[in-house]
Design a protein around this ligand. Structure first.
Ligand code: ADE
Length: 247
């Protein structure tokens, strides 16, 4: 039986996700076109505001610049927009994994991504809920009570969680069985066993005086494999020596 996975996204900007959900490999997978039953539900946070102007934020206690997203409205969106709508019931905590992307979260990389994908969709078999933060932040009490995992893309601050959510989904669904073809789905742990990809070449054979390496034209598979391995090491040494030091 085909496993069904649902991804809920609570956001003030559902339009952000439109082309992401329509195009490319992620788009295909998310529309159930790549042998996996994966679907996305966008939840407009503003729909859960009870104020006449549909506000979802307020000034921070203690003062300071910017606005903070209210925990009661986020909770209402999670309850009514996800838990009730998706009929998860009282034991929703066993069925949902709530992610809040933000700069203080766990640093996302290929290893963390593979682990996340296998854990959430494999062992735990849960549906995902992403909370997209905006403004200066989200009330800490909502995070404490409802968020299972905080994830950071890196040491910089985005204006909102939407881009981070797309990056997390895009990289994680590659490790759902069936999304990629055979070759890639057996991709070794982390980048190619801790190394960067070797450079790639296509036609024309000569481009602005630069030739495609001769060995790649030889048809000699063993030699090509050895060359690509050496190139992978050379590129890693040149671009990301820190990856070699980790070994
Ligand atoms: N939201 C704002 N900044 C972020 C970051 N660095 N990673 C993930 N989500 C974010």
């Amino acid at each position: 039986m085909k496993k069904t996975h649902k991804i809920w996204i609570i956001t003030l900007f559902p339009d952000f996700f439109e082309s992401f959900l329509e195009t490319g490999l992620a788009g295909q997978a998310l529309r159930g076109k790549r042998g996996v039953d994966l679907s996305v539900e966008l939840v407009q946070l503003r729909d859960f505001s009870e104020s006449s102007y549909k506000g979802v934020d307020d000034a921070p206690y203690g003062g300071g610049p910017g606005m903070v997203m209210r925990p009661d409205i986020l909770k209402k969106a999670l309850w009514e927009g996800v838990i009730e709508k998706g009929q998860y019931g009282e034991d929703y905590k066993d069925k949902l994994h709530v992610v809040f992307p933000g700069p203080r979260g766990k640093r996302w990389n290929q290893e963390v991504c593979i682990d996340f994908s296998k854990r959430i969709w494999g062992e735990e078999s849960k549906d995902l809920v992403f909370i997209c933060g905006r403004y200066e932040g989200v009330d800490e009490r909502f995070i404490q009570n409802y968020v299972d995992e905080e994830i950071s893309l890196g040491d910089y601050v985005l204006t909102g969680g939407e881009l981070a959510v797309m990056a997390i989904i895009d990289s994680a669904i590659r490790f759902l069985p069936g999304v990629l073809g055979n070759r890639e789905s057996f991709e070794k742990e982390s980048f190619n066993g801790g190394l960067l990809e070797h450079p790639q070449y296509t036609r024309p054979r000569t481009f602005e005086g630069r030739e495609v390496p001769e060995v790649l034209l030889s048809g000699h598979h063993k030699k090509i494999e050895a060359f690509e391995k050496a190139e992978s090491l050379r590129i890693t040494r040149a671009y990301r020596p820190d990856l070699l030091e980790k070994e």
